[in-house]
Design a protein around this ligand. Structure first.
Ligand code: SF4
Length: 450
C-alpha cells in the first residue's frame, strides 16, 4: 500500500532542520506522500528510512525495456488504473509472429509483410512494434540465423519464443539488440539464467496468478531482474481478468511479487484473437503477440491504441494557421475549423476528396473539436473575426466568403457583423463537404475587394 504522510513522518528524524528545503519534517512528509519529493533530499534520514521510503517511491509497475535505440519498446511503468487520473504512458506493444521453419521465400515475404504494418493517422505514424519468432523447427542454428535475418530486415526488437537450446543460440546471435527471451514453462530456469547472464528481459509464462507467483519467484532466484508476466489464459475473458488482476495488484496493493508488465500470446489458435487484443489494449495488456499480419486487422487495433494512449489533458493538435489544399487561387473557397488533430485531418481529407482547391483556416482552440471549443468559448464570433483580420487570409483571396462548420451555424451573424465577411453555413458533418463544395458555384467566391 502507498505510505501516508503520517507513515512517512514517523520514519523521518523530526528535527525540523529545514535542510531539505521544507520548513518542517511534516511538510516534507506531506510532499513525499504527494509524490512531489524524494527521501534523498533529507541528509539525515536513517538507512532504514531510505530503504523503506525509496522502495515506496519506486514505480508500482516496473519498467521493462525491449530492444534499443529508436525502436526500443517500453513496457509497464504505469502509475494509474484509469486514464483520466493522469495518463497511460506506454502503449500496449504489438508483436507479429513468424515461424522459423518457413521456406526462405515465405519467411522473407512474411517479414516484408510485417515491415509494411505502419500507417499514417492524424499526422502520426502508427505501427507494430516487435517481431515474435516462433521456434517450430527445433534447430538451434536455423533459429539463430532466422533471428538475425528478422532483426536485420525489420530493425524491430524481437520476442524469442523458443526452448532453451535455440534461445541460447539466438541470444548469441542477436543479444545485443536486447530481445525478450520467452522460454516455455518447462525451460523457465534455464531461460532465467540466460536472461540473468546477458541482462536481458524475460517473459515468465505460467497459468493464472497461482502459477505465476512461484514461476516469477523462480526467475528472480535465478537472477533475472527484468520480468514480464504471462498468465497463459485460454480465452479473452480470462485474459482481461488476469491483466486487470495484475494491474490492480501493482497499482493498488503495491504487490512486488506479481507487479510486472503483462504479456499475452494471442496466436497459436487462441480463440477470438482480435477481440482479445482490442480488450487487452483497453485493459492493461502490456505486450500482445499476434499471428495475423493483415493490415485490415492491425489498423483498427493500432487506431484504438492511438486513441487510448494519449494524454486526456493534452489533445493532439495541429498548428493554427492557413493550410492550402491543392493549388488554391484567389477565388478558392475558404473554410474554417479548429486545431484538434482529428478534426483537422478529417476535414482536410474530405476537402481533398472534393478535388476543389481550397484554403483551410485552423483556429487555435487548445486542441478542442468544434462543438467543444464553442462550448468552452474558444471558437466564437469574436475569435473567428479576429483571425480573419489578423491571419493574412484577406491577401490570399479576392473574395470575402467564409465556410463555417454547420455545427456552429449560430456564429454566422456575429462573424458577419464583426468581420464584414459573408458566411456560408457548411454541412453539419465533415463527410458531406465533398458534395457541398462541388455544389457551390464560382459565383459564391466572386471578387469583392477593391
Ligand atoms: Fe526533517 Fe530531514 Fe527536512 Fe531536516 S532535512 S527538516 S530532518 S526532513
Amino acid at each position: 500500500m502507498a505510505l501516508t504522510a503520517l507513515d512517512i513522518y514517523k520514519l523521518l528524524p523530526k528535527t525540523n532542520c529545514k535542510e531539505c528545503g521544507f520548513p518542517t519534517c511534516l511538510a516534507f512528509a506531506m510532499r513525499m506522500a504527494a509524490g512531489k519529493a524524494t527521501v534523498d533530499l533529507c541528509p539525515h534520514a536513517s538507512g532504514e528510512a531510505k530503504a523503506t521510503l525509496g522502495a515506496a517511491a519506486s514505480p508500482p509497475l516496473p519498467k521493462v525495456l525491449i530492444g534499443a535505440g529508436e525502436r526500443e519498446v517500453v513496457l509497464g511503468d504505469e502509475t494509474v488504473l484509469f486514464r483520466h487520473e493522469k495518463t497511460f504512458c506506454h502503449p500496449s506493444a504489438v508483436a507479429i509472429s513468424v515461424r522459423d521453419d518457413l521456406p526462405d521465400a515465405d519467411f522473407a515475404a512474411r517479414i516484408e509483410a510485417i515491415r509494411g504494418l505502419a500507417f499514417e493517422r492524424v499526422g502520426q505514424r502508427i505501427s507494430v512494434d516487435l517481431v515474435a519468432l516462433r521456434c517450430v523447427s527445433g534447430d538451434a542454428g536455423k533459429y539463430a540465423r532466422r533471428a538475425g535475418a528478422a532483426f536485420e530486415a525489420t530493425g524491430l526488437p524481437l520476442v524469442l519464443l523458443a526452448p532453451a537450446g535455440p534461445l541460447a543460440a539466438a541470444a548469441d546471435a542477436v543479444g545485443a539488440s536486447r530481445p525478450l527471451l520467452s522460454p516455455p514453462p518447462e525451460d523457465l530456469e534455464a531461460g532465467a539464467r540466460l536472461a540473468a547472464a546477458r541482462k536481458l528481459p524475460l517473459r515468465v509464462r505460467a497459468r493464472g496468478m497461482g502459477g505465476l507467483a512461484p514461476a516469477l519467484a523462480t526467475a528472480r532466484e535465478a537472477g533475472a531482474a527484468s520480468l514480464v508476466a504471462d498468465p497463459a489464459p485460454e480465452c479473452a475473458r480470462e485474459a482481461v481478468a488476469d491483466a486487470t488482476t495484475l494491474r490492480r495488484l501493482a497499482i493498488l496493493a503495491r504487490n512486488r511479487d506479481l507487479a510486472y508488465p503483462s504479456a499475452f500470446d494471442l496466436g497459436n489458435g487462441f480463440p477470438d484473437p482480435f477481440l482479445a487484443a482490442a480488450l487487452l489494449i483497453a485493459k492493461y495488456g502490456s505486450l500482445l503477440v499476434m499471428d495475423t499480419a493483415d493490415p485490415a486487422d492491425l489498423l483498427p487495433l493500432l487506431t484504438l491504441r492511438q486513441n487510448l494512449f494519449t494524454d486526456p489533458q493534452r489533445p493532439i493538435q495541429v498548428e493554427p494557421g492557413i493550410y492550402p489544399i491543392g493549388a488554391p487561387g484567389e477565388s478558392s473557397p475558404v473554410l474554417i475549423t479548429t486545431n484538434f488533430s482529428l478534426t483537422y485531418f478529417t476535414v482536410r481529407g474530405d476537402v481533398e476528396a472534393a478535388r476543389t482547391p481550397a484554403l483551410l483556416l485552423i483556429s487555435d482552440c487548445d486542441g478542442m473539436s468544434v462543438l467543444t471549443a464553442w462550448a468552452a468559448g474558444k471558437f466564437t464570433g469574436e475569435s473567428i473575426a479576429r483571425q480573419l483580420a489578423e491571419c493574412g487570409i484577406a491577401d490570399r483571396v479576392a473574395h470575402r466568403t467564409l465556410i463555417l462548420p454547420g455545427m456552429v451555424a449560430r456564429l454566422s451573424g456575429r462573424i458577419e457583423e464583426l468581420s464584414k465577411w459573408r458566411v456560408l453555413v457548411g454541412p453539419q458533418e465533415s463527410s458531406a463537404l465533398p458534395s457541398y463544395l462541388r455544389r457551390l458555384t464560382a459565383a459564391a467566391f466572386a471578387p469583392s475587394r477593391g
